[in-house]
Design a protein around this ligand. Structure first.
Ligand code: GLV
Ligand code: MN
Ligand code: MN
Length: 525
């Protein structure tokens, strides 16, 4: 009982220390600063509640452009300012590390010894300034605050900025995290066209930005081809690098705001598929060519767009969504019958079978419409990904942190995709923390979260990472009792643990299993 009281006091003291070390008020200026690294400009207005809201064109920041490079420099500067050790992989994913005491993996231990968190800073055309950016800044701030509060992690903590989560430049989303999870096909990557037309391929663009063949890794490691670049970024086999990974993100939907909740604990990430369907006709003169002689590609594309909406609505579940997000017409001239129409179609669901059924319906419809309209059709599947589910220990850690902080929460699925979808290929214990955003708006200029909402998310992340950095590795068998163990037992106060810690520092002495039994409720690893 006395021990429990002492543990609670220590925890409360540490919690207030940590809160006092968080500088969440700096996140908004950093979000603003990053939003200026953009090829489109916006204006900021002040609402009647005093909050600043972005209006106008929105942020555009495509991977490997000058604005992307400026955002990367900014992120690295922040990581260094927060005392993190920075490294970059061959594609440009950036890692900022806070060293844990477990510097050498214990002999015979396959499990990775890093707890990571991060997101992306690239932005789709004309979008908001919080998507991804908040998760990168939040991870850096969480680690900075833990360091300033003198928290001693056992596992290393890493803040991550993933390379191009958005598909905007090469049509392939999550390039950095796909490579990490060992599911990026380098050959296919090299066939993807650059919408900016300023590079020959993804590898060429990466090289122009100082990655790819320009990259120099530890011990002189190099990537001379796209294949080598992709391989160097892999964190496979499963669980060999990350013990756990938890991404912080704005919800991008309206549920949390509507239900007045602080935190969403993500249980699963929906499965996205991306298709590109091209209709080709013969074109002609808009005045001279009679209607019955035409094979108009836009008419075929428009019929398919209507069918796509119908298939999603008819699926029987509100979790099925399908979007014709791109519709490119050629020659795109008012007095020319359209010769080609390229539709970029995004289909998602949390149920893989239902998602794939819609994909199949779209394929069939494209062929039928092509035959009706007498146009040629080409169907390309860009990607068809699986859903990911969160790990029990990661979700438990988040929920325990939320409870400790007295915030409100609910479990929910992520309908948007995130880098965590692919980190899940390399780590079985992933999770995500959502915070509310204004009306659920995202991928639009008026995307917004308040400083208070952001503070709650960053606090939750910091506590979650603290717990995951110290919990027992036998967490595969997580149970309620374990999850209730306290977060904070700074090493320097924990006299009894001294012998155990010297073993953890990698002195090649496997841990004495009898220590497991001797550990009291306040002696969490
Ligand atoms: C991510 O940006 C998504 O489209 O879900
Ligand atoms: Mn996005
Ligand atoms: Mn995002």
């Amino acid at each position: 009982m006395a021990m429990a009281t002492l543990g609670k006091e220590k925890e409360d003291a540490f919690l207030s220390e940590l809160k006092s070390r968080l500088r969440v008020e700096e996140i908004t200026p950093h979000v603003e600063a990053l939003s200026h690294f953009s090829t489109t400009t916006t204006t900021t207005t002040t609402t009647n509640t005093g909050s600043k809201r972005r209006r106008g064109g929105g942020v555009t920041r495509l991977v490997y452009t000058d604005d992307d490079a400026r955002a990367r420099e900014y992120v690295k500067m922040l990581m260094q300012k927060n005392g993190l050790t920075v490294r970059e992989d061959a594609m440009g994913t950036i890692f900022g590390r806070l060293e844990g005491t477990e510097t050498v993996k214990k002999r015979g231990t396959k499990r990775g010894n890093v707890v990571g968190s991060g997101s992306h800073t690239d932005a789709i055309p004309l979008s908001g300034k919080y998507d991804g950016v908040y998760g990168v800044l939040g991870a850096i701030e969480a680690l900075g605050a833990l360091k300033r509060a003198k928290f001693q992690p056992r596992r290393h903590l890493e803040a991550v900025m993933f390379n191009s989560e958005e598909p905007s430049r090469f049509g392939m989303a999550c390039s950095g995290s796909r490579a990490m999870g060992g599911v990026l096909d380098a050959e296919k990557l090299q066939t993807l066209p650059d919408v900016l037309n300023t590079s020959k391929s993804f590898f060429d663009a990466a090289t122009q930005a100082g990655y790819g063949s320009e990259w120099r890794g530890e011990n002189g490691s190099r990537a001379r081809t796209a294949k080598e670049m992709v391989e160097k970024c892999s964190l496979m086999p499963m669980d060999s690098h990350y013990y756990s990974f938890v991404e912080l993100h704005i919800e991008q939907g309206p549920e949390l705001e509507h239900e007045k909740l602080d935190i969403g604990v993500v249980t699963a990430i929906a499965a996205p598929a991306a298709m590109e369907i091209t209709f080709e006709g013969d074109g002609g003169h808009a005045g001279a060519q009679l209607m019955h002689l035409r094979n108009d590609a836009v008419v075929a594309g428009s019929k398919l767009a209507v069918a796509v909406e119908k298939f999603a609505k008819q699926s029987g579940s509100r979790d099925t969504v399908a979007t014709v997000g791109g519709f490119t017409v050629k020659p795109n001239a008012i007095n020319s019958v359209p010769r080609s129409a390229v539709l970029e179609i995004d289909v998602r669901d949390i149920d893989l079978k239902r998602r794939d059924h819609v994909v199949q319906q779209i394929k069939n419809a494209a062929k039928e419409i092509a035959s009706e309209q007498n146009v040629r059709v080409d169907v390309r599947i860009i990607n068809k990904d699986d859903p990911a589910t969160s790990g029990d220990s990661a979700m438990n850690a988040v929920e325990l942190a939320v409870t400790h902080l007295g915030h409100s929460m609910k479990r929910m699925v992520s309908r948007a995709y995130h880098d965590t979808l692919f980190v899940a290929k390399a780590c079985s214990n992933v999770g995500m923390i959502f915070i509310p955003c204004y009306k659920g708006y995202s991928h639009r200029p008026d995307e917004f979260s308040t400083e208070e909402q952001m503070r709650k998310g960053v606090e939750t992340l910091a506590l979650t990472m603290a717990k995951l950095s110290r919990e027992s590795s036998s967490i595969d068998d997580v149970d309620e009792e374990h999850a209730k163990l306290p977060f904070f037992v700074p090493d320097r106060d924990d006299g009894e643990g001294e012998g155990e810690r010297s073993g953890e520092r990698g002195s090649d002495h496997p841990r004495d299993p009898s220590m497991e039994e001797r550990r009291g409720p306040n002696d969490e690893l």
